[in-house]
Design a binder for this molecule. Structure first.
Ligand SMILES: NC(=O)c1ccc[n+]([C@@H]2O[C@H](COP(=O)([O-])OP(=O)(O)OC[C@H]3O[C@@H](n4cnc5c(N)ncnc54)[C@H](O)[C@@H]3O)[C@@H](O)[C@H]2O)c1
Length: 534
């Protein structure tokens, strides 16, 4: 059973809290107190290393040397990550330098960095003779160097808490608050950002804007009230320039970008201005592109208001507009500074938009694995009927998956293509209907058509995958989505298949659905897809 304060991830997946930060930041003291409050065991990574080596940390570090110490540290942390139990873990100051393990900690639990300035840290540790990195040196100077070297690694966390001058109880409370909120991190070194998901999170907007000089608030006709107005109120004293775009895909156009450019430039924004997008994927893509290009790039923050934008377009940094030659053909990668996914905004979203967005959620669950699919099956009725309480964990699951994939493959050179599951045929169905079929409905049909392609390929190499196809079909139907792909896929769609951006010569990069958590990218001849769906 999950401990107090932790939202269980999925059944059987342990939840862990990791405390990171430089020496003197208070990881062990805070960790012990937090573990008491959460009712979880406390683990000190350094103690585990001492158990493993049979020697005090400082001794071992000095005699074995730093590279060997880091190797043992990585082994010890790796073993800890395989343990199937919840815990609060205080890491050593350099443990965050193991990039692969740091990313696993971010996926497996909550990683919080405790931070203070070098002078404060130096005062705290100067009397401690067991610190091998400080021996015989000026502590403040050493700490300054360490912080500079580790800045990018420390930045990859669910929250960085400034602890200098804060009473320990306040630090503990802040840690517990982050644990309760369970944000998702997109770990990209110094460009790391957090996706905060929950009801009413728009209220945090002023805090997230930090040192912004002004805000260019972009909405569309359907989101300006009440959500744009709420965001504007949450900007408090900051100067706000409001831009209301016409709604819909037909306005994902350069004219909308110009509307933002002109409003921002007339307001004489400077490079510390933030563009804030309040709306669905169209507003987010257009506002993100405007932000990427204004003054050669200002920050953008997303407040997504549709299921699609929460689980997909607001996360990952793709921005852009459509041209007569095709969708999304002009754009830029521009990662947001923050994402606030306020579930309350879904209360005004039309039912058909909500249900269409659930196709992307089902796709994410399938890519994520068994736990996510089971959670979605359990909540499908509530999601279909718009019960907002059912959405938080589901959006979190999908965002977590996207964050994991984006952090490994930001520019879609490999694994990110997995997110196109169901989209090759889906896009063709959408285009053939002249976009009368909603994107999510087309993806739903595309997901099931993908099983046909997989079965066609497998005929020579093994049994079909009928149980999985039936399972995903059942889930999509329960979510209110169309499942008979033959109704959307005809000659016209067949023609559009070859126009897929993922086409490589006569081949297409196709995603085979497989089983939950085991989809696969495969380059196959387009003729195979045609034959499978004939
Ligand atoms: N950048 C990416 O990585 C990425 C990923 C997926 C999709 N996209 C893009 O996103 C777009 C689709 O996004 P979408 O499905 O959010 O469509 P959308 O932005 O057109 O929104 C759908 C409709 O709902 C309205 N709306 C939005 N939020 C509302 C709310 N809370 N209450 C009432 N009405 C609301 C909008 O005005 C619009 O009419 C496409 O252009 C697609 O290419 C981009």
């Amino acid at each position: 059973m999950a401990a107090r304060g932790f939202e269980p991830r999925y059944k059987g997946v342990p939840m862990r809290l990791f405390l990171s930060g430089p020496m003197g930041s208070g990881k062990s003291t805070v960790g012990r107190l937090v573990s008491g409050k959460l009712g979880l065991p406390f683990i000190d990574l350094d103690s585990r290393i001492e158990e493993r080596t049979g020697r005090p940390i400082a001794d071992y570090f000095l005699s074995a040397g730093e590279p060997e110490f880091r190797r043992v540290e990585a082994e010890t942390l790796e073993a800890l990550l395989r343990e199937p139990s919840d815990s609060v873990v205080a890491l050593g100051g350099g443990a965050c330098l193991h990039t692969g393990l740091r990313r696993r900690m971010l996926e497996q639990g909550i990683l919080i960095t405790l931070m203070a300035d070098p002078a404060t840290l130096a005062t705290r540790v100067s009397r401690d003779e067991r610190r091998p990195l400080l021996m015989g040196k000026d502590p403040a100077a050493v700490l300054e160097t360490i912080l500079a070297l580790r800045r990018d690694a420390y930045a990859e966390c669910h929250a960085m808490l400034e602890v200098a001058n804060l009473p320990i109880e306040r630090v503990v409370d802040s840690v517990l608050e982050v644990v309760r909120e369970a944000p998702v991190v997109v770990p990209l070194g110094p460009r790391t950002y957090r996706v905060e998901i929950g009801r009413g999170v728009v209220a945090r907007l002023r805090e997230r804007l930090g040192k912004a000089s002004s805000v260019v608030l972009v909405t569309d006709q359907n989101t300006t009230q009440p959500w744009g107005a709420r965001a504007e109120a949450a900007c408090a004293q900051l100067p706000v320039t409001s831009v209301v775009l016409p709604a819909g895909e037909s306005h994902k156009h350069v004219a909308s970008v110009e509307q933002i450019w002109d409003a921002a430039l007339e307001a004489r924004i400077d490079r510390r201005a933030h563009v804030v997008a309040v709306g669905g994927g169209v507003v987010g893509d257009v506002a993100g592109f405007a932000a990427a290009t204004l003054l050669r790039g200002v920050a953008v923050g997303h407040l997504p208001t549709t299921v699609v934008s929460m689980v997909d377009s607001a996360v990952g940094g793709k921005t852009g507009i459509d041209r007569a030659q095709g969708k999304n053909l002009v754009g830029a990668f521009h990662q947001p500074r923050f994402v606030l996914a306020d579930i309350d905004t879904l209360s005004t979203l039309p039912r058909e938009e909500r249900i269409s967005g659930l196709a992307e959620v089902a796709k994410s669950a399938w890519l994520d694995g068994e736990g996510a699919v089971a959670m979605l099956e359990e909540r499908a009725d509530a999601l279909r009927e718009g019960d907002l309480d059912a959405f938080g964990d589901v959006v979190r699951m999908a965002v977590r998956l996207k964050a994991r994939i984006v952090s490994r493959d930001e520019h879609e050179n490999g694994e990110r293509a997995l997110l196109n599951l169901g989209h090759t045929v889906g896009h063709a169905i959408e285009a053939a209907s002249n976009y009368a079929t909603r994107h999510g409905e087309a993806v739903s049909m595309g997901l099931l058509a993908a099983f046909r392609v997989e079965a066609h390929l497998n005929q020579s190499s093994g049994p079909g995958n009928g149980a999985s196809e039936a399972r995903l079909g059942g889930l999509l139907a329960k979510l209110g989505l169309p499942v008979d792909w033959t109704r959307g896929y005809g000659n016209a769609a067949r023609g559009f298949l070859g126009a897929d951006k993922k086409r490589v010569g006569e081949n297409v990069r196709f995603i085979l659905p497989g089983t939950p958590g085991r989809s696969e990218i495969r380059e196959i001849p387009l003729s195979v897809v045609h034959a499978a769906l004939a």
